[in-house]
Design a protein around this ligand. Structure first.
Ligand code: FES
Length: 118
């Protein structure tokens, strides 16, 4: 059995997957999609990114958005998570916004990227 995260499930559902085959999905799917943050940000906190300054990247995102890990901005636009490795250690430090990988991150790049998305 394939186990999906809530985010993966909602993305599949939004793409038109056969959610009707999942019992009771319809009851909560619509409100769940409506509440889904627009941008999921994942900052890598794995060892290579940490060594390359990943903690400064995480702090910059938290500071720019005014939220902590696991939280969503009040306007429901950004949600912040961390992950122990994004599989791109050679370009550390990294973060992902939705499906896009941002590499060689700096706090200045965080500010620029987030201001473009706001
Ligand atoms: S430790 Fe960050 S991408 Fe691997």
């Amino acid at each position: 059995m394939v186990k999906l995260t809530r985010r993966e499930f909602l993305k599949l559902a939004a793409a038109g997957a056969a959610v009707a085959t999942i019992p009771a999905a319809g009851r909560w799917l619509e409100p769940a999609l409506a509440q889904e943050p627009k941008y999921w940000i994942v900052v890598c906190n794995g060892p290579t990114c940490a060594y390359m300054g990943g903690d400064k990247i995480l702090e910059a995102v938290k500071s720019e958005l005014g939220i902590d890990v696991g939280e969503t901005t009040p306007d429901n636009k950004f949600h912040l998570e961390t992950q122990p490795c994004l599989g791109a250690c050679g370009t550390a430090p990294n973060m992902v916004v939705e499906d896009k990988l941002y590499s060689h991150m700096t706090p200045e790049k965080v500010k620029r990227i987030l201001s473009e998305l706001k």
